[in-house]
Design a binder for this molecule. Structure first.
Ligand code: 6GU
Length: 229
């Protein structure tokens, strides 16, 4: 998979080279390119924003650098890219969407800052690839960078071969629409707290049934919305 990121704060993404995703890059499973949007400016101040038509608070990202950047990233690309603009006004990101996006060949993340990006950029981007506006949830971040990192981590670990043991993906929270069951390790008693007896029983059917009950109970109490669908 190829992932391009456009941002005016490219150093945000230095952390993605650590651990799991760093290994995915080293092994060639993931090709990640982070580019500074200001590369596609030509004025002395490398301006990426301007005042909004119609007035109002804050600044809007100018369309020209976005257009030039998208043109460059799309030329010579082997697949039609999926162009993701992180936005609190977008569809909500879920594990199912992470899975869907992990199957794409080429993702481009466009990280907006300020009050947003000139609306015509989304329309133009749709002539280059499939455009998706995606939100992490119902709260406001200062820009798309942190949201992009979260999405790249969620998507990247689903690329076949990136997570060493694929079984560890199957039993996680959200993969089956339920929260994960609780986990314990040695010692069997720690600070007066015992590991549930069933887990020491060696009875695999009982253990599986207990874990399922725990998943259902946790989901009922913590995330009843997941059971409504
Ligand atoms: Cl994707 N972007 C911003 N700026 N804020 C957010 C978000 C995204 N998701 C939740 N809040």
């Amino acid at each position: 998979m190829r992932i391009d990121v456009l941002s005016i704060f490219p150093s945000y993404f230095d952390g993605l080279t650590l651990s799991l995703l760093g290994k995915a890059r080293d092994s060639g499973l993931l090709e990640l390119h982070v580019r500074d949007l200001r590369e596609w400016t030509s004025d002395r101040h490398r301006t990426v924003d301007d005042t909004p038509y119609g007035g109002g608070a804050g600044m809007v990202m100018k369309p020209e650098p976005w257009g030039l950047a998208l043109d460059e990233l799309a030329t010579g690309a082997s697949a039609v890219p999926t162009i993701i603009f992180p936005s609190p006004a977008g569809e909500v990101f879920t594990q199912a969407k992470a899975r869907e996006l992990a199957a794409r060949e080429h993702l481009i993340f466009g990280c907006g800052r300020y009050e947003g990006i000139d609306e015509r950029v989304f329309d133009y981007a749709a002539t280059i690839g499939e455009v998706r506006l995606i939100s992490l949830g119902d709260y406001v971040l200062n820009g798309g960078e942190v949201a992009t990192m979260a999405m790249i981590e969620a998507i990247g670990r689903l690329i076949p071969g990136v997570v060493g043991n694929p079984e560890s993906l199957v039993e996680e929270s959200h993969e089956d629409g339920l929260l994960e069951y609780p986990s314990y390790t040695k010692p069997s008693i720690w600070r007066d707290r015992a590991v549930p007896e069933v887990l020491l029983s060696g009875n695999h059917a009982r253990i599986a049934a207990w874990r399922r009950e725990q998943q259902l109970e946790r989901t009922r109490t913590r995330r009843p919305d997941l059971l409504d669908g």
